[in-house]
Design a protein around this ligand. Structure first.
Ligand code: PLP
Length: 791
């Protein structure tokens, strides 16, 4: 490998070893790792063609991938070789790894799920393509200035992207606007504007390097670089218009997936990548099939949320307008290919587009949506409409055009049936099914936690990495005090490493023997970082009131970004940082309580924090978090959860056992009931002197003395519009935290509980999730055996 790296350095980067920078070395190593994947990747593609296997197409606006070097190395079993080669070349391996930018083409859980799925699809040997957008700028970079969030554009593509192959020959013309002509019963769309979608492929190779799939991301390019005719006529704006449109479409990721933006550009992005993907998969299908009616036997299209829901009308459009099918047959055929994953019940996050806007950008699609809506109405009179009050409702569209609709945790799926799609569920009672989310154990244990990985592998060998349920064998070790001590020691190694990193990045000294209490996720009111902070202040008050008590030392670690336009979330960040300055400087509590908030939470930071966590904060208002996957990463890495009965917490608790989980708070049903009671939050505050005191301190400017009114709005919200019931759950949360304090005092029993978490989390592998999709939705079998069949 050493020679391969030197060769790449010389001939691909044009550098000699004496003058190579860290970047050059990183690129050379990455290119070599990519070379190693290519044969597997070709073999897999050939095997899929050779056996006419059904392909899975995973359409997602977001892929939150993170770094790839370590994944590529460990999945191909090249760890020792790569380390030795870099050492022989006089390079520090870890420095090289940390030079890679995070591919942050996603906001949070939804995009990270898509990335975990890509890893599992390849590991299971299911022929699949991930389709998305190659954003020039991923999720913004966050920094803090005097405690406030600042956003800077993210620039992962400012350097060459090592993993991708650009495919200038794979291009599709994507139209927008214009008009539709009708003649002899046939419609034809004449777009007014168009751009080119160009493919960029990243090979994704699974565990043991047996199978490789493709992540195909589309960039937008102008149809004509520059309209010289317009320019010569003196129309300078028109000359650059199509270029400008093209450049904006794949320019930036929308920095929010929980509120509806209603922006025209967003609709264009959605249509852009969906249309390119549908055209691409049809081309592939037609290259070895003659009968378009066989499409559902060869193609399974999964829509990750409603963002690609225009896939339904687009596929129908191509089948009718280009392939000459009749509308009813086209709708039926499309539906047999399509399935839709719902990710949210938050009403503000359910996409809808004004009919006028959609009709202006996609006039033919609006006609088709009307036809779909009318035919569904004719079959099921009185059913919910796609078009309502001048809006196109993308959830209803996705539902009606899918043969299966899935929720992402058991509780969420039940709520989908009872709330957002209650009426459609009555009409199609077998369409909604559950597929509880999962996480890839390759990244989220094997890769990020070498200390624990090695301990497990010494005990079980390495086959657990692709068969995570084997971890259950560790249950037998709970009485083995030597093993429990080793388990504890592995956690401590990670905590020491994190303490050093926090010392460097946040300039705060923390005690590795304190409880590391971690809440990392997007900042959102429903996720209730605010409740966590209020509890921290309440604890601080009690520590100051009773400094003589034997308090369990704690480090409260926060991480997460707020959407740039989400002012309450930004206030919460500001308050956390303000509070940290006051509390961290208090000589009375300094050795027992610290707050740290390292900026710019991303996948790489998650990989650093999760292995070092003792306590995982999963405290959303019950009924609001669809599943969560952060909760799974923590429990797998031996953190105990403090959490509500929400999302996948419910199933995690069932697996790890209620005695190894700190449960508190109202249930989803109780939340709905409580919200109906007038003045519920004032009543809750009235009943809790502890909470009243904290709110008083914030209101009076105890944490913002230079600007005492800063948090009046925030405190007022808790009194009068506490939509997420922070006040109602506060006392129960505080009491449960004190139970955690006591439990942490016995390190042996805490470590045993932590071990039981790791041992019980096998079911939450995304391999299990993907097997479920393959069995219940796609009707494909995981067949790594395909390779042998075609050989
Ligand atoms: C796993 C993950 C998430 C999702 O976390 P939740 O706690 O489920 O919201 C978000 N961002 C990153 C970087 C992640 O790795």
């Amino acid at each position: 490998m050493k020679n391969e790296i030197l060769k790449r350095l010389r001939y691909s980067l044009g550098k000699d070893a004496d003058h190579a920078s860290v970047y050059d070395w990183r690129m050379a190593l990455s290119l070599v790792l990519r070379d190693h994947m290519v044969d597997t990747w070709f073999d897999s593609t050939r095997a899929a063609y050779g056996t006419s296997a059904k392909r899975v197409y995973y359409l997602s606006m977001e892929f939150l991938i993170g770094r790839l070097i370590e994944d590529m190395i460990s999945n191909q079993g090249l760890e020792t070789e790569a380390r030795n080669a870099m050492k022989a070349l006089g390079q520090d391996f870890d420095t090289i790894v940390h030079n890679e930018p995070d591919a942050a083409l996603g906001n949070g859980g939804l995009g990270r799920l898509a990335a975990c799925f890509m890893d599992s699809l390849a590991t299971l040997g299911i022929p699949a393509y991930g389709y998305g957008i190659r954003y020039e700028h991923g999720l913004f970079e966050q920094s803090f200035v005097e405690g406030e969030q600042m956003e800077k554009p993210e620039t992962w593509l400012s350097q060459r992207h090592a993993w991708e192959f650009e495919r200038p020959e794979v291009q599709y013309r994507i139209g927008f606007g214009g008009h539709v002509s009708h003649s002899e019963g046939r419609a034809k769309w004449h777009p007014g504007d168009s751009v080119l979608a160009t493919a960029h492929d990243t090979p994704i190779v699974g565990w043991k390097g047996v199978w490789g799939n493709t992540l195909r991301l589309w960039s937008a390019d102008p149809v004509r670089q520059f309209d010289l005719a317009s320019f010569n006529r003196g129309d300078y704006l028109a000359a650059g218009r199509s270029e400008a449109l093209a450049r904006t479409i794949s320019r930036v990721l929308y920095p929010d997936d929980t509120t509806e933006s209603g922006k025209e550009l967003r609709l264009k992005q959605e249509y852009f990548f969906t249309a390119a993907s549908i055209m691409d998969l049809l081309r592939r299908f037609l290259s070895d099939h003659d009968d378009i009616r066989a499409l559902p036997d060869a193609v399974a299209i999964q829509l990750n949320d409603t963002h690609p829901a225009i896939a339904g009308p687009e596929l129908v459009r191509l089948l009718v307008d280009e392939h000459g099918l009749e509308m009813p047959e086209a709708i039926d055929l499309a539906r047999r290919c399509l399935a839709y994953t719902n990710h949210t019940l938050l009403p503000e996050a359910l996409e809808r587009w004004h009919e006028g806007l959609l009709g202006r950008i996609l006039p033919r699609h609006l006609e088709i949506i009307r036809a779909i809506d009318d035919s569904h109405q004719a079959e099921h009179p009185g059913s919910p409409r796609i078009l309502e009050h001048g809006d196109v409702r993308m959830g209803e569209l996705a539902f009606i055009m899918a043969h299966k609709v899935n929720g992402v945790s058991a509780l969420h799926t039940e709520l989908v049936k009872e709330t957002v799609f209650a009426d459609l569920h009555r009409i199609h009672p077998t369409r909604i099914i559950n597929q509880t989310n999962g996480i890839t154990p390759r990244r989220w244990l094997y890769g990020c936690n070498p200390a624990l990985r090695n301990l497990i592998s010494e005990e079980l060998g390495e086959s657990w990495v692709s068969d995570l349920e084997q971890l259950s064998a560790l249950t037998d070790k709970r009485g083995d005090s030597a093993f429990v001590a080793d388990f504890h020691a592995a956690k401590r190694v990670n905590k020491v490493a994190l303490s050093n990193w926090i010392g460097q990045t946040c300039d705060v000294q923390i005690d590795p023997d304190a409880m590391f209490d971690v809440q990392i996720k997007r900042i959102h009111e429903y996720k209730r970082q605010l409740m966590n902070l209020l509890e921290t202040i309440a604890l601080w008050n009690e520590m100051r009131d009773h400094p003589e008590k034997d308090w369990t030392p704690r480090v409260k670690i926060f991480g997460g970004k707020a959407a740039p336009g989400y002012f309450m979330a930004k206030d919460i960040i500001h308050l956390i940082n303000d509070t940290a300055s006051v509390i961290n400087a208090d000589p009375v509590t300094r050795d027992r309580l610290k707050i740290v908030f390292p900026p710019n939470y991303n996948v790489t930071m998650a990989e650093r924090l999760i292995p070092a966590a003792d306590l995982s904060e999963q405290i959303s208002t019950a009924g609001k978090e669809a599943s969560g996957t952060g909760n799974m990463k923590f429990a797998l890495n031996g953190a105990l959860t403090i959490g509500t009965l929400d999302g996948a917490n419910v199933e995690i608790r069932e697996h790890v056992g209620s005695e190894n989980f700190f449960l508190f708070g109202l249930t989803a049903a109780e939340v709905m009931e409580r919200r109906q009671q007038p003045g519920f939050s004032r009543a809750a505050i009235e009943a809790s002197p502890r909470l009243r005191r904290v709110l008083g301190q914030i209101f009076e400017g105890r944490f913002s003395p230079q600007d005492p009114h800063r948090y009046h709005g925030l405190v007022g919200m808790l009194y009068d519009h506490d939509h997420f019931l922070v006040t109602c759950d506060f006392d129960s949360y505080f009491d449960t935290q004190r139970r955690a304090d006591i439990a942490f005092q016995s390190q042996q029993s805490w470590a045993t509980m932590a071990l039981m978490n790791t041992a019980s989390m096998g079911w939450f592998s995304s391999d299990r999730t993907i097997r479920g999709y393959a069995r219940d939705i796609w009707k494909t079998r995981p067949h790594g055996a395909l390779l042998e069949k075609s050989a």
